[in-house]
Design a protein. Structure first.
Length: 239
């Protein structure tokens, strides 16, 4: 979308529509996980346990800015650097570092109260996404599964019936598929993300919300939350 954004309120930008919208007019919302629903990039924090955080985080940042064309390759490279990390390190990331971002619980609850189905679709890992799905009582989730043998990461990703890696194309495909299976018009879907691999699903959705996004994402999102919590979306989405 090429229209310029306007500052609806301090730190809250909108593009391509006139507020307010009605949340109840939407039927399905898809969320990215890392740096969107939660405060960290899980792969970076697991790498910290392997003493490779700087190396992995550099690749993550480049991927999120859209500077790495092949997201799947970038993720495989990062996961390979995690080989040998004990599963206990993942538990420690969950307990010590991972938190829901501000306003996430309130916004998800508002969506559920308005009747929307909720979807988590993440280039992160099922170890964390399944716990977040249960915590927020989300309807659907898809993420990547880390290979584990003898209590340690193998540095590989587990093949699933649909493939091995959730990238931008897969995020969009899952959103399209869930919407079709539920008989929901794409105009009645919302996609929420922060990085370049969220742009395909955000472009397909009827409404796109960027939460503290990278510049490339802010330039295209219909709602950009640059400061404050995710529940700031409710300033333009009436319940």
């Amino acid at each position: 979308m090429s229209t310029s954004s306007t500052e609806h309120a301090p730190g809250l930008f909108i593009r391509g529509f006139a507020p307010p919208l009605r949340l109840a007019d939407f039927k399905l919302i898809a969320f990215d996980m890392d740096s969107t629903l939660i405060n960290i990039e899980c792969v970076d924090e697991i790498a910290d346990a392997a003493g490779r955080k700087a190396e992995v985080a550099e690749i993550t940042e480049a991927a999120m800015r859209g500077e790495i064309a092949d997201y799947k390759d970038s993720l495989r490279r990062r996961v390979a650097l995690l080989a040998g990390v004990p599963v206990a390190a993942l538990e420690k990331v969950w307990s010590d570092k991972l938190r829901l971002n501000p306003g996430v619980a309130a916004f998800v609850e508002a969506c559920q109260a308005a009747g929307l189905k909720t979807l988590l679709v993440s280039g992160g890992f099922t170890f964390f996404s399944e716990r977040i799905r249960h915590q927020l009582r989300l309807d659907f989730a898809r993420a990547n599964t880390l290979g584990i043998a003898n209590g340690r990461l193998t540095g590989t990703l587990f093949d699933r019936p649909w493939g091995d890696i959730v990238d931008g194309a897969e995020k969009k495909r899952v959103l399209l598929e869930v919407a079709e299976l539920m008989g929901i018009d794409m105009a009645r879907t919302i996609a929420v993300g922060d990085g370049a691999n969220d742009l395909p699903m955000m472009g397909a959705a009827g409404l796109s919300i960027a939460f503290h996004p990278k510049p490339a994402v802010r330039e295209q999102a219909m709602i950009s939350i640059m400061s404050g919590g995710m529940d700031r979306a409710l300033e333009v989405l009436q319940r």
